[in-house]
Ligand binder design. Structure first.
Ligand SMILES: [Zn+2]
Length: 468
């Protein structure tokens, strides 16, 4: 028998037997189950004792392990690198290096058990290029859908810099301050090859140069125009909407899913519930910063503002869950607190810990519910005959402890399209290049007192620490 990692294939027949199957639909787990893969798709799922006769090119013994759909992360920014500042996010580095770096990062994402990602907001056209490179087989990585730069007004999170700097072409957002500019930008991005349009529908509660996050950054009429034109051209729309009113606009305009929603009130939630539009809260960035930001030098100001957001989110999102709103799972991978390949399953733990999800519900969010974000509503997300064989064999029981999905040492098999990823290669490592990051000269200010200590009767000059 060959081991899973020795399989060259994707063309043959594979039997995975003996494991506990979680199919992603919400059906109870099946003990001692089997999955048959033929070519790139699933051919059969059922009890191991009833599995169809061979011959098989490969048999994977999954006894004591869990077989489940590959995870989908509905919120990854492939072009960001792993940014620590907004200047890195919107200025560094150039398009060419960003694209190569993004492609390199994608192998880590796949090897972490993530077989599908959506990039809702890309610098340059990086996400489209990386998606195509992976689809063409030039680079190993997950299935992917790509947005371009976020459609932004001056009140949006996508307009990062002061007015006198403007919005450079490297920015995460593209400025569209009128309805006509928005419609034209939708057409331009569709021609560029995007799968979806991302609207930066509010600011951020930790404002750099944009207003805080509790007002919509565009009008309902403008949002309707974007959604109408995007849908007319056969693409999807999602929106960054922390502001509750922005969520209400999103519901009324008919976006395909809403991102965040932290500052919703019950009326906003009611509007969303009426439509059946799902929400992708993306709490990982916030919770990682609040729980572990001190380990990586996050400022107290940032941690405090994120804590307030989480408190608000947990309250309204728990209500949303009880009311039956459909949840998607995303992490905002691409920041220094959400590096690629490390935290894609963390959102599931957060759903369980903060929002009272069952582990099964959390898994459904990251598989079946997320299929919409990667255009795999019919072809992916769950283990069913006819769907892509994108699956994991996990050494552990995620229904007992959802955190096992974050430990990549427990991934016995990562299969995408019927092919096993070679997990024997060492985890990719790279050096940071000069100018890849914002270039601090120093982190703090060298006052006389910094060297010699405070003098009696003389007030010490302030030291703002690491800023923000
Ligand atoms: Zn994001």
């Amino acid at each position: 028998m060959t081991t899973a990692t020795e399989q060259a294939g994707g063309t043959g027949r594979t039997l995975i037997r003996g494991g506990t199957i979680i199919d992603g639909t919400g059906r109870p787990a099946m003990r001692d189950g089997a999955v048959v893969v033929a070519g790139e798709r699933i051919a059969w799922v059922g009890p191991a004792r009833e599995a169809p006769e061979g011959p098989y090119d490969l048999v994977i013994e999954a006894g004591g392990k869990t077989v489940m759909p590959g995870l989908i992360d509905a919120h990854c920014h492939t072009s960001y690198g792993e940014v620590r500042t907004h200047e890195e996010e919107g200025m560094y580095p150039g398009a060419e290096y960003s694209a190569i770096r993004a492609a390199w990062n994608m192998q880590k994402v796949l090897r972490a058990g993530v077989t599908g990602i959506c990039d809702p907001g890309s610098r340059w056209g990086v996400a489209v290029a990386v998606r195509d490179a992976m689809a063409a087989g030039l680079v190993e990585g997950p299935r992917m859908t790509a947005a371009g730069q976020m459609l932004s007004t001056h009140a949006s999170i996508g307009d990062l810099f002061p007015l006198w700097v403007g919005s450079p072409p490297s920015n995460v957002g593209v400025l569209c301050n009128t309805r006509d500019e928005m419609v034209r930008e939708v057409r331009r991005q569709v021609k560029q090859g995007v799968d979806l349009i991302k609207v930066a529908g509010s600011g951020d509660p930790n404002p750099v140069w944009t207003p805080s996050g509790d007002v919509p950054s565009l009008s309902l009429d403008e949002l309707k125009a974007i959604v109408e034109e995007t849908h007319r051209l056969g693409k999807k729309v999602t929106i960054h909407a922390r502001a509750g009113l922005a969520v209400r606009y999103a519901a009324e305009a008919g976006v395909d899913w809403v991102i965040h929603g932290d500052l919703m009130n019950e009326t906003d939630l009611g509007a969303l519930l009426k439509t059946g539009i799902p929400i992708c809260p993306t709490l990982t960035l916030l919770v990682n910063t609040v729980e572990w930001g001190h380990l990586v030098g996050a400022s107290q100001g940032l941690m405090d503002s994120y804590k307030r957001l989480i408190d608000s989110s947990v309250k309204i999102l728990s209500l949303a869950r009880q009311a039956g709103l459909r949840f998607m799972a995303g992490t905002d991978a691409g920041f220094a607190v959400t590096p690629f390949g490390h935290w894609h399953a963390r959102e599931l733990e957060i759903f369980v810990k903060y929002l009272d999800f069952t582990p099964m519900e959390a898994i459904m969010a990251a598989t079946r519910n997320n299929a919409v974000a990667v255009n795999l509503e019919q072809d992916g997300g769950v283990l069913e005959p006819g769907r892509y064989a994108d699956l994991l064999v996990v050494d552990g029981d995620p229904l007992g402890d959802i955190r096992v999905l974050q430990d990549r040492a427990r991934l016995a098999v990562v299969m995408k399209g019927g092919r096993c990823v070679d997990l024997r290669h060492p985890w990719p490592q790279a050096r940071e290049m000069r100018y890849e990051r914002t270039h601090f000269m120093t982190r703090r200010t060298l006052y006389y007192d910094t060297v010699y200590g405070p003098r009696e009767g003389v007030k010490t000059e302030r030291d703002g620490g690491d800023g923000v």
